[in-house]
Design a protein around this ligand. Structure first.
Ligand SMILES: *[C@@H]1O[C@H](CO)[C@@H](O)[C@H](O)[C@H]1NC(C)=O
Ligand SMILES: *[C@@H]1O[C@H](CO)[C@@H](O)[C@H](O)[C@H]1NC(C)=O
Length: 493
């Protein structure tokens, strides 16, 4: 009963805030309502908590089963396929499609309900912070309406600088954020005992970079949508940002809006192609869409169960074409799926110009990857004049750190200290990404160099899914290095 009432009340408050600047009187009313709700909820909370489903039941958004599928699939990213003799019943799964068919359906717990169960007080604090500056500076109320300016940041190379110890890191606790953070990436929930990697902050050499501030983030992104489109490393960045913006706490007023973007679980599949969440306080949407290759993929023969898939290297993912109008900040990434084992396992066949590729330079995996990245960047750049508010970033590749072997031959990343703390070079360590954005208005979110020195930040041996003896030296612990990628992003929007 209570659960049914509260969402409506909260949403009204969120919506009311949006109109406040025009109607000062209504603010007074809203603050009053807010205060009443706080008091009311405060009194009710003890009862509510006992009525709520047990904690783990509320976490169905990222159920372990689905994670398992991705973890296995992603383990082998960018790596040589195992020789037939090394394929065991376990690691052969590593070449499954990322979205294997599941035989049964899962009930996705409505997020809003879940978020209402906890953290109301905190959300109201955020709301208060969002409202207060406006109250005291009403004449500056157009701040969030003015176009984002990049003049100062453009000249600055955020990728050059050093890691420094910082007491105010991490930005959220790895014990929290269960609503957004996959268990397999939350190293605090594993046997790992060294956490020095959480306490480093990136300091660019030549540019000033403000600390991430979630209230400021939401303000800048008022009525806007930020989309990550890419592979599992893009999904890590998405989860990281959700944790950063919520402070890792469950927050009411975050609505699951996946449906608006067609991000629903298809019949027979184990999960949707992505997720979208809206912070109703500021009407800010953060979404992730899974496109490992950043090109359009379609079945060659839609009627066949065993069809190959045309990988149209010169066509952007259909999702992007369809939803670009509704995106304000776009972060693209690809990289680790470009290997023969992945392509074969997914039955992806390269197409160019609508026909199977015959160009030998493109047929080479490295050539195909470069060609595709250039194509998608060129396409999105050509769309920019029609989307004046759109800002696009190509996130450079996230480095892997397998030492003394590959992912399937005992490669490890056991270090508990960074390889180095400094990046001195001016050039990006990802020449393909840097080359692709050159001469375009697409920005490079250059995370390669600063991540390259952080070999201690991977999941490493604490991977809860890999076969015994295997390490994940591709994905990162969260909180961790991808938080910094988002800080760099925040500094540039
Ligand atoms: C939220 O933002 C979108 C633009 O991203 C806008 O079309 C919509 O009207 C806004 N909703 C509200 C309630 O202001
Ligand atoms: C990548 O592709 C671009 C455009 O097709 C081309 O100019 C460039 O030489 C390629 N680079 C490499 C390393 O293949």
């Amino acid at each position: 009963m209570l659960l049914a009432i509260i969402p409506k009340v909260n949403m009204k408050v969120g919506g009311g805030y949006l109109h406040f600047r025009k109607k000062p009187l209504s603010l007074f009313f809203i603050v009053f309502v807010c205060a009443s709700i706080v008091v009311w909820n405060w009194e009710k909370t003890p009862h509510l908590t006992t009525l709520l489903p047990p904690h783990d039941q509320a976490l169905h958004l990222f159920p372990v089963k689905r994670e398992h599928a991705e973890d296995e699939a992603e383990q082998g990213l960018g790596l040589v396929p195992p020789s037939p003799s090394t394929i065991t019943s376990t690691n052969s799964n590593y070449f499954q499609d990322e979205y294997p068919k599941a035989s049964h359906h899962e009930n996705t717990t409505p997020l809003l309900e879940k978020s209402l169960s906890e953290g109301k007080e905190r959300a109201d604090t955020v709301k208060q912070q969002l409202i207060t500056p406006v109250t005291s500076q009403r004449t500056e109320s157009t701040v969030t309406d003015t176009p984002i300016t990049t003049v100062e940041t453009q000249a600055c190379n955020f990728g050059k600088g050093k890691w420094i110890p910082a007491d105010n890191r991490p930005l959220y606790s790895g014990f929290d954020c269960k609503q957004w953070l996959s268990g397999m990436w939350a190293c605090r929930l594993t046997q790992r005992t060294d956490f020095g990697y959480e306490k480093l902050k990136w300091q660019p050499k030549e540019c000033k970079m403000d600390d991430f501030n979630r209230v400021e983030f939401l303000k800048r992104m008022q009525d806007k949508t930020l989309a990550f489109v890419g592979d599992s490393l893009g999904r890590q960045q998405f989860q990281s940002l959700m944790c950063m913006v919520t402070g890792g706490k469950d927050m009411p007023d975050v609505e699951d809006v996946g449906k608006e973007y067609g991000l629903v679980k298809a019949h027979g599949s184990s999960r949707p192609d992505g997720w979208a969440f809206r912070f109703t306080i500021t009407n800010t949407t953060i979404l992730y869409y899974w496109s490992a290759s950043l090109c359009d993929i379609e079945p060659v023969d839609p009627t066949s169960e065993t069809t190959n898939y045309a990988m149209h290297l010169d066509r952007p993912p259909a999702f992007l074409k369809h939803f670009l109008d509704r995106i304000d900040v776009l972060v693209l990434n690809t990289g680790h799926h470009w290997n023969r084992g992945k392509l074969n396992a997914n039955r992806w066949v390269m197409y160019v110009g609508g026909k199977p590729n015959t160009n030998r330079r493109i047929a080479d995996i490295g050539g195909a990857k470069n060609f595709t990245i250039h194509s998608v960047v060129r396409w999105v750049n050509s769309e920019l004049p029609m989307h004046p508010g759109l800002k696009v970033f190509l996130r450079s590749i996230s480095p892997r750190h397998f030492f003394n072997g590959e992912w399937n031959t005992g490669g490890t990343c056991d270090s508990t200290t960074p390889g180095s703390l400094e990046v001195v070079q001016d050039k990006s360590s990802d020449p393909i990404a840097a080359g692709a954005v050159k001469g375009t208005d697409v920005k490079l979110l250059d995370v390669t160099g600063l991540s390259l020195v952080r070999e201690e930040g991977h999941i490493s041996r604490y991977s809860i899914r890999a076969a015994p003896g295997m390490q994940d030296c591709l994905h990162w612990c969260l909180p961790g290095v991808p938080d910094t990628w988002n800080e760099l992003l925040f500094a540039q929007i």
